[in-house]
Design a binder for this molecule. Structure first.
Ligand SMILES: NC(=O)c1ccc[n+]([C@@H]2O[C@H](COP(=O)([O-])OP(=O)(O)OC[C@H]3O[C@@H](n4cnc5c(N)ncnc54)[C@H](OP(=O)(O)O)[C@@H]3O)[C@@H](O)[C@H]2O)c1
Length: 316
């Protein structure tokens, strides 16, 4: 008989408790994944500290790589034994349906058939930056996106998705991560700690049309640099990965989530083929903190510390 184990959060801030748990049964649109590795999303340790958790015990988790163990009756795209990466939407489930039962079921549409660690980005939602969707044969479209925080996990995914839709990407990072941003496809990279960064970016945009800035870092301090960049670019749209404070009128800003129905075409039509063909690279590199659910607590601590150009991962 197959068995299942989970890392339970029993109460706000309590250390994770690893124990046997019920084997999940997929709903009609779900699949059950046997996880081989999980990446620690910044939201996981925050949720372990009680963020948005309404009932205990609960099981956390967002970013996973594994093998299809069981499929729901409506699922045709995934077969038992197929390798998948996915975003389990624990946070979204909690928000939308107040679902509090620990579950390893995930909606089939947020999966791609390749092992990797990838964070999806909120580029596409209606009324937001509304970039063209990525494709395997995108041609340069003469438009520019600025990705602030290009060496972060979210930033590297943002660079790659925009480049694969034909946009030229100008990124920021520390100088030791310039090569990484270029490997992801950025045409120009500037150090956000250098005083001339705003003017340098404006110059690099040149005659291309600036369509928006994706602030992958999102925290309030980042606006000390992001606001002057937007001013030099004469304002425009800004997508932010964190909730926003008050900003000058010349910035039309929105908080973006990496999860929503807008992710469907990206996951369904692009990610699997792009990983297979090398159009999407598995960046940044994984920092494997340990093996087994027992290593998750340490991985949360590593994730809460200084992370530069690495994805914190636990193998299972
Ligand atoms: N809205 C959503 O759905 C969603 C989903 C996932 C994550 N997030 C948020 O997105 C942000 C990025 O997450 P992540 O996992 O991609 O982060 P990450 O990989 O841990 O980011 C680390 C990078 O951030 C850069 N950095 C740190 N402080 C900076 C600053 N003040 N200005 C510019 N760059 C700075 C560093 O670049 P250098 O080393 O090159 O200096 C470092 O490489 C977090 O705030 C996270 O909470 C939001």
């Amino acid at each position: 008989m197959p068995s299942n184990r989970s890392a339970f959060v029993d109460d706000k801030g309590k250390p994770l408790r690893v124990a046997d748990s019920a084997m999940p049964k997929p709903g009609a649109d779900d699949i059950v994944v046997r996880n081989y590795a999980v990446a620690i999303n910044t939201i996981d340790p925050a949720q372990a500290d009680g963020f948005q958790i309404r009932q205990y015990p609960t099981v956390l988790g967002h970013d996973l790589a594994g093998e299809v163990f069981d499929v729901g009756s409506n699922v045709t795209r995934f077969k038992k034994g197929g390798r998948v990466i996915g975003h389990a939407r624990q946070f979204r489930f909690l928000q939308v349906s107040q679902k509090t039962e620990p579950s390893a079921c995930i909606r089939a549409f947020l999966l791609a058939m390749q092992p990797s660690y990838l964070t999806a980005c909120g580029f596409y939602e209606e009324g937001y930056m509304q970039l063209d969707l990525p494709s395997l044969d995108a041609k340069p479209n003469g438009k520019v996106v600025v990705v602030y925080g290009g060496s972060s996990s979210v930033g590297i995914a943002a660079i790659q998705l925009a480049v694969n839709a034909g946009y030229r990407v100008i990124a920021t990072s520390s100088s030791n991560n310039f090569d990484l941003c270029r490997e992801a496809g950025a045409s120009d990279v500037f150090d956000y700690k250098v005083e001339t960064v705003a003017g340098d970016i404006a110059k690099a945009v040149c005659d291309d049309k600036f369509v928006g800035l994706y602030n992958a870092i999102g925290i309030p301090e980042s606006f000390d640099v992001v606001t002057p960049i937007m001013e030099k670019l004469n304002g425009g749209f800004l997508a932010n990965t964190k909730p926003l404070g008050k900003l000058p009128n010349f910035i039309d800003a929105k908080f973006v989530l990496g999860v929503g129905d807008f992710g469907f075409p990206v996951w369904d039509n692009f990610i699997t083929k792009a990983l297979e063909s090398g159009k999407l690279k598995c960046l940044p590199e994984a920092k494997v903190v340990g093996k087994g659910l027992e290593s998750l607590q340490e991985a949360f601590e590593v994730r809460n510390g200084d992370v530069s150009a690495q994805k914190v991962v636990v193998e299972l």
